[in-house]
Design a protein around this ligand. Structure first.
Ligand SMILES: Cc1ncc(COP(=O)(O)O)c(C=O)c1O
Length: 338
């Protein structure tokens, strides 16, 4: 099969079968060798802890084809660290950074023909997954773990491109408990967000803006993305123990400083939404989704306009240019996969 039948310009943000994935097991106190598989399935014990008690964590990162024909990987070490933090958070065995690196580089190289061409707007999405594969019936951590990585070419998260989306601010649902697992990238958080996301989608919103679960006063996250607001030449993003530390957000904070903005990471009250000049959601999938409108359940509307703000646009273009290699990476964020 060649790639001529892939319509790179119209790829969805979804799964497509590729040639290979990689896997390694933690058994008897150590990680085994990296296996290459062309099967899309895994053989899992019926009493696997991952299935019953949710012992699993995943990551999401992207590789980009540059104009120069080089494949660029964005800040993979941060994803390795975050997966280690998630593993510690739910008592799984950590995947050492070297094994994480070996696995993602191998799976990218082996699926090179699925890396979307430069200029298509698409990229190769990389999905590392760590699960407690061993069986238990009582609630206990597994004694065997499986780490695997698959890749799939994806188009832009929003078909309509870099255009403001609307968000539903809801107090009806919580994504994570105040001292729970919100800061880890574990499946249970996403299961917990499905009903609220469905409500938002059913009502015509792109996603949900969650408030903190304890006081329902502070902005937490924006569906599967962090939140930021801009005012008075300052990039402001919520500080909270129950949000996922976004690598995109971390990068935007540095970029904001590099273009002369002040930055603040602190609690952001719902009331402060009134005062922002621009607001947005940020994450690997879309980099930045500018927010046009936030509507709460009582019908209160915060309006930011129907066009992306100037600073959001500047940050978006800059980050994307670094990821694709159009702009020099002065931060040391990008690694070339030879
Ligand atoms: C809950 C949640 N918040 C934020 C993010 C953004 O994180 P990152 O920028 O590392 O993709 C994600 C994942 O993309 C997420 O699932």
């Amino acid at each position: 099969m060649d790639n001529n039948n892939i319509d790179w310009g119209n790829l969805p943000f979804g799964y497509m079968k590729t040639d290979y994935n990689v896997r390694t097991y933690y058994r008897n106190g150590k990680w085994g060798s990296l296996e290459v598989s062309s099967s899309e399935h895994i053989d899992l014990h019926i009493a696997s802890v991952s299935l019953h008690y949710g012992q699993q964590s995943f990551e999401g990162l992207k590789a980009f084809m540059g104009k120069d024909g080089k494949v660029r990987l964005f800040r993979w070490e941060e994803n390795a660290k975050r997966m280690q933090s998630s593993a510690r958070g739910i008592l799984m065995k950590e995947v050492p950074t070297e094994i994480f690196k070996k696995a993602i580089y191998k799976v990218i190289r082996m699926n090179k023909r699925f890396i979307p061409p430069y200029g298509s707007g698409a990229s190769l999405y990389i999905r590392p997954l760590l699960i407690g594969s061993g069986p238990q019936v009582g609630v206990r951590p597994a004694d065997e773990y499986l780490f695997m990585v698959f890749v799939t070419p994806v188009g832009p998260y929003f078909k309509e491109g870099f255009k403001p989306v609307n968000m539903l601010l809801t107090k009806e649902f919580d994504r994570a408990a105040p001292q729970g697992t919100g800061k880890y990238k574990v499946g249970g958080n996403y299961a917990a967000s499905l009903t609220s996301m469905k409500k938002a989608h059913d009502e015509g919103y792109a996603n949900v803006l969650f408030l903190d679960s304890k006081e329902k006063k502070y902005i937490d996250e924006c569906g599967p993305a962090n939140f930021f607001g801009i005012k008075n030449n300052t990039y402001i993003t919520p500080k909270s123990d129950s949000i996922l530390p976004s690598i995109t957000n971390m990068s935007l904070l540095s970029l904001a400083e590099s273009i002369g903005l002040k930055t603040e990471r602190r609690q952001v009250t719902e009331g402060e939404l009134e005062s922002f000049e621009e607001v947005g959601a940020c994450g690997t999938a879309a980099v930045i989704s500018p927010i046009g409108k936030i509507v709460d359940e009582n019908g209160k509307v915060y309006n930011y306009g129907s066009e992306p703000g100037k600073i959001s646009t500047q940050l978006y273009n800059k980050l994307l240019a670094i990821q694709t290699g159009d702009e020099k990476d002065t931060f040391g964020w990008v690694d070339i996969v030879e």
